[in-house]
Ligand binder design. Structure first.
Ligand SMILES: [Mn+2]
Length: 313
């Protein structure tokens, strides 16, 4: 059942124990949204745990480790920022009572849903929800939500960045969010390993169709040699977008099971979700992905051929 934000706030208050699930390969938005919601529910006296199949990325741990997790008896499950059942990973078989998300065509099964399609970040919804529950927003919650917002909008420059995104940012700043430190930590400062892996990806770029189509590859060996975890690569699939004149950028990443995950980024009129849907994937207009059952180098060739058909003119 789809609820309004006010109904969702009231419904959440009817329960006492929550396990809040973030999606596989977690990003700043699902982590920040899940922890801020947990803090708000705990402020109301409920018991909460945040969980996900994969560990919290190192970048966020100094914040998440300060949040005490409760021991739960028989919790209800809450899904945040998760578009499909499969994205819940090992938790996908659980019964979800609540689903809060901002992805178009959310297909998670839950008793109560609030989905605001295409809004800038799930954190925008969580802030509204916390206020609707009558909880006063602490600096700690504001820091989590600002981290989520700034990372999912890539510093307020995605197509989903809206008036509401800026209003949320202004409000979070007013509530004490450390915008200077969070902005630098999440979007600007990089570890030496991150600098190196980006360099490897740039070196792998193959420029096709006069640079309108760029493909790049990262293998597991690259990650090993540089000494970086997959969880520390948030945003790397957008690197090709920096190249002026790019229409379609594809980043192929080798998966542990030998398959290849192809992330597609497009500009203006080119529809990334259509490109990926034809290969069994999906996503947003300018950011989508699909998985191919072959090696990264083979996947690069397949994607290059496939994507050429979508170049304008
Ligand atoms: Mn998100």
């Amino acid at each position: 059942m789809n609820l309004s934000i006010g109904e969702m706030a009231e419904k959440l208050k009817e329960y006492q124990e929550f396990r809040i699930i973030y999606h596989i390969r977690p990003d700043g938005d699902c982590i920040g949204s899940a922890y801020a919601l947990a803090l708000a529910l705990k402020a109301l006296g409920a018991k909460c745990e945040v969980a996900g199949q994969d560990p919290v990325p190192g970048l966020h741990r100094e914040m998440t480790e300060k949040v005490e997790m409760d021991v739960l008896g028989d919790p209800v499950y809450v899904s945040v920022d998760t578009a499909t059942p499969a994205r819940a990973g090992k938790y996908s078989g659980e019964h979800f009572t609540f689903c809060i998300d901002h992805h178009r065509d959310n297909s998670v099964q839950a008793d109560y849903k609030y989905v605001e399609e295409d809004c800038g970040a799930c954190a925008e919804i969580i802030l509204k929800l916390i206020k609707a529950m009558g909880v006063s927003v602490t600096k700690e919650m504001a820091d989590f939500l600002y981290t989520a917002l700034v990372m999912d909008t890539m510093c307020f420059r995605t197509t989903a960045t809206s008036v509401q995104s800026f209003e949320t940012a202004a409000e979070l700043k007013r509530l004490g969010a450390d915008v200077y430190r969070i902005g630098r930590r999440t979007m600007y400062i990089k570890t030496p390993q991150r600098i190196q892996i980006e360099q490897r990806l740039r070196d792998s770029f193959h420029y096709a169709s006069d640079g309108k189509l760029i493909t790049g590859v990262l293998t597991l060996k690259d990650l090993q040699e540089v000494g970086i975890l997959d969880s520390e690569l948030e945003g790397i699939n957008s690197l090709a977008e920096q190249v002026m004149g790019l229409k379609i950028g594809v980043t192929v990443r080798e998966l542990p099971d030998g398959r290849s995950r192809c992330s597609v980024r497009t500009s203006e009129e080119v529809d990334a979700s259509e490109i990926c849907r034809l290969l069994g994937g999906g996503g947003h207009k300018h950011a989508a992905c699909c998985e191919l059952d072959c090696s990264p180098e083979k996947a690069r060739k397949v994607m290059e051929e496939h994507c050429r058909k979508f170049l304008p003119g």
